[in-house]
Design a protein around this ligand. Sequence first.
Ligand SMILES: [Mg+2]
Length: 443
Amino acid sequence: MDLPPSYADTPTLLVKIFGKDRPGITAGLFDTLAAFAVDVVDIEQLVTRGRITLCALVTSPSTGTGTEGELRATVHSWAESVGMEAEIISGVGDNRPRGTGRSHVTVLGHPLTAESTAAIAASITSTGGNIDRIFRLAKYPVLAVEFDVSGPPTAHLRTSLALEAARYGVDVAVVASGLQRRAQRLVVMDVDSTLIQDEVIEMFAAHAGCEAEVAEVTARAMRGELDFEQSLHARVELLAGLDASVVDKVREEVRLTPGARTLVRTLKRLGFQVGVVSGGFTQVTDALQEELGLDFASANTLEIVDGKLTGRVVGEVVDRAGKARLLRRFAAEAGVPLAQTVAIGDGANDLDMLNAAGLGVAFNAKPLVREAAHTSVNVPFLDTVLYLLGITREEVEAADIEDSMEGADGLLGEDGPRGGDGSRDGDAPRSASGEDSSAPAPA
Ligand SMILES: [Mg+2]
């Protein structure tokens, strides 16, 4: 086979068509160009609110098929006949290759204002970055836009954008471009205030009537003021004598974070392994593992003797170092290099795990954790993490619809993709409220 042609020194024409989108525009343009026997060097098309912008980079007509002037006249006349605007710019060669130092900048806005967009774009420019491509990943539950940037080192860009993000109250995640991002294969999450909205020990404490004492110790531990293990023992001690039936009550009361089911379901479909590590208790995480079909789960176990909590935990304590250790263990068991893991958490005891992972996401975290993590998400929807991995809402919803058509019996039930148990996962209201009016309805 011949090498593909190089168009480096070839005269080329950039043909831009803009107007109301309708079927047949692309076919019509290329049919018109075909009369001049030109080669296609590049094509980009996008449709925004029913308006199409179609750009074709083609070689100039070769002798014998017509002149450039004739091509221009023919394209303009075709465009006019279909009510489109055409612009044709002469030049030489292909697009300049993208610069090195490529990063994906994901911006989550709730809403995304013109002012914050201007600040983000200016900040990219000030670091010497070039915005090569912009596209919308999602409009639900937040507006997610990805900027593909080349130029500055990813870390430099991240530091610069973190300042603007904080100033404008948007989430900006910067990750290095490349195959690594597509190769991520294991996601490990913290449980309390990450996968679920609650702090489980506080729920037990409420049943034991020592809520205030426990909450205070929890807050201090999460701020990094107390050693986690000591604080765990101190808090569990307060639960001594509590009837074991409370375990079932707490399990019932646990509320998944909005988007949790969508996140796990989508990751599983993509072939990811998903796990949780928790400084909380297996009495709750085992149920979550079962319910969500998680591949891994590890937590502390409350000791129960003669139907009562003893106020002690059994076995090795899952603390800050333990969480990072478990991430490594899960990765080894899954056969996934650490660089291809994603960790999500909100507390100081998640920091080692967040830093050990290929991508650490601070989820609605305390400032201390947010500043130390690679990226942070500060909107209360767990499925927005998908956007940081470059997965679009459209892909998520298309997969949901496909599955609901294939396996009508299982998936539309309790754990259905959209109908779901709305009281426990914020995924469900999406379809009910009609917020995402453009989304096709499930079959
Ligand atoms: Mg937590």
